[in-house]
Design a protein around this ligand. Structure first.
Ligand SMILES: [Zn+2]
Length: 259
């Protein structure tokens, strides 16, 4: 009788432990290779195409977040399709390039989706683009917007306006579909090559994915929202030298936390 009691106790103890173990299992991030996302916003198609000619030799992969798709000329649409065919990603950046937060405050979220997202997706699909990522114009976002756009896009990118130490920077992939990019345009107040190098080093050392954004790549700076092709080449060279992977925004979707 005593033995039976002892056995029952053991079994129930085992079951309790086992079920606790099950409940405790938390989602674990998938392991991934250190790398960089290089993304571009707006509609500087000719300049993107020229930059691609220079950077092709590094076998780079970029994400071009396009706005005002119906104002883009036929030759530029052809260039975008060619970039997509080469393995770059074409993402959405708004049908009109509205400031999402301001627009929603005035007109509501449903109207935002109706005017800014739905026509963009429809037109881009018609023109042959497979859009699954979105970058907020001006990097302006809110929880309400993130929530409304989450079922529509696999990856949603904003911009990181801080200039913190790399370990505190929000511009790394964090196992979430919502992410922030560090802007490498020359006029960005926190941008400079030594700091960019710190961010890249941190990605390499800690096995992280750095997310960068840019607008118009140029050989010579003439105005704001421009990135020197030299800077892009510096990043590509660093990546080749240190075996960092070129990620597109949509690649991060499959790296999300698994259960
Ligand atoms: Zn923009």
């Amino acid at each position: 009788m005593k033995l039976f009691f002892f056995k029952t106790l053991l079994v129930s103890l085992f079951l309790t432990l086992f079920s606790c173990e099950n409940k405790k299992s938390t989602p674990v991030p998938k392991p991934y290779k250190a790398g960089v996302v290089i993304s571009f916003d707006d509609a500087y198609v000719d300049e993107w195409f020229e930059a691609d000619k220079v950077l092709k030799k590094y076998n780079w992969k970029a994400t071009f977040c396009v706005c005002r798709i119906d104002s883009i000329g036929v030759p530029q649409i052809k260039k975008l399709l060619e970039l997509q065919k080469e393995g770059h990603e074409i993402a959405g950046h708004g049908y009109h390039h509205y400031n999402a937060v301001k627009f929603v405050a005035k007109n509501g979220i449903d109207e935002y989706i109706k005017q800014e997202i739905d026509p963009m997706l429809l037109s881009m699909k018609k023109k042959g683009f497979n859009v699954s990522s979105f970058a907020y114009p001006y990097g302006e976002r809110s929880d309400e917007l993130d929530q409304a756009l989450s079922p529509i896009f696999k990856v949603i990118r904003g911009r990181d306006f801080e200039g913190l130490a790399p370990e505190k920077e929000g511009c790394y992939f964090r196992n979430s579909k919502l992410m922030y990019a560090f802007d490498i345009d020359n006029n960005h107040v926190h941008f400079n090559i030594p700091y960019l190098l710190e961010l890249l080093d941190d990605a390499k050392k800690k096995n992280k994915i750095l997310i960068l954004s840019s607008h118009k790549p140029v050989k010579k700076l003439t105005e704001n929202y421009q990135t020197k092709i030299e800077t892009l080449e510096f990043i590509c060279k660093y990546m080749k030298l240190n075996d960092l992977k070129f990620y597109k925004l949509s690649d991060l979707d499959s790296l999300e936390t698994v259960n």
